[in-house]
Design a protein around this ligand. Structure first.
Ligand code: ZN
Length: 247
């Protein structure tokens, strides 16, 4: 139980008494039940609501993200409500943005407060009053995620962001020898961008970034992005980016 203790399971269950723990195969954790929250945001005021949710917590949490499903069908399963169309899980934001938010308070309650509640607040407001989804400008889907990463990295182009993600999937020592994603023309190891990239290594494991990278490669993005990706794929083919790096 020490893993669950580190996640703050007891605190979570006392903060959200409608939620219960269900056994699952492996080391993942499943939380299910009525998730009641109160939140207040700017001019939109205080709001209290409850949704029936199933939250799957991966073993690697807080360095991997929970997936959340709403079980009562109150939230329409559409893009407009930021529902992922592949598995109808809630799209709470770009994955890296969420990992960063969780890293500030790496517990189940931290995730609930910083990632889940803001989304549910926005959805609840929209269900009550219509209009646009608050925080709706938040990245949605793969194209949104890449745009958001570009922003988080402080880079200028999709190709640069893709390279940064690829480098995060490699050992530091190897990535440092490659040309810097910021296009300064130097090796990553001698550019100040190295320091910025290093902070992202704390958020997730190399494996996570490798998966994110291949998800981008496989996803159906707009033309500009697809072009960027074939560029990256070409780099992979030419051995300038090695996807089969050994651990
Ligand atoms: Zn650089």
């Amino acid at each position: 139980m020490s893993m669950y203790a580190a996640m703050g399971l007891t605190q979570f269950l006392s903060n959200y008494p409608g939620m219960d723990v269900y056994p699952v195969r492996g080391s993942d954790l499943r939380l299910e039940g009525v998730f009641t929250f109160s939140a207040e945001w700017k001019d939109y005021g205080l709001l209290t609501d409850a949704f029936t949710l199933r939250i799957n917590i991966p073993e690697l949490f807080p360095k991997a993200l929970p997936t959340v499903h709403e079980l009562d069908g109150r939230i329409p399963r559409t893009q407009e409500y930021h529902i992922n169309q592949d598995d109808y899980s809630l799209c709470l934001g770009s994955p890296l943005r969420l990992l960063k938010a969780i890293s500030v308070e790496p517990t189940l309650s931290g995730f609930s407060k910083r990632c889940l509640t803001p989304y549910l607040y926005a959805v609840s407001r929209k269900l009550l009053q219509g209009g646009e989804l608050l925080f709706g400008e938040l990245a949605h889907g793969q194209p949104g995620a890449l745009a958001d990463y570009l922003n988080m990295f402080g880079l200028g182009t999709n190709i640069q962001a893709m390279r940064a993600i690829r480098y995060l999937g490699m050992k530091k020592r190897l990535a440092n020898k490659l040309s810097c994603p910021c296009d300064c023309g130097r090796r990553l190891g001698v550019c100040t961008f190295n320091r910025r990239l290093r902070s992202f290594r704390l958020l997730a494991q190399r494996n996570w970034y490798r998966k994110a990278f291949s998800n981008f490669l496989e996803s159906n993005l707009d033309k500009g992005c697809t072009r960027s990706f074939s560029y990256v794929e070409q780099m992979v083919r030419e051995g300038r980016l090695n996807l089969d790096e050994r651990e």
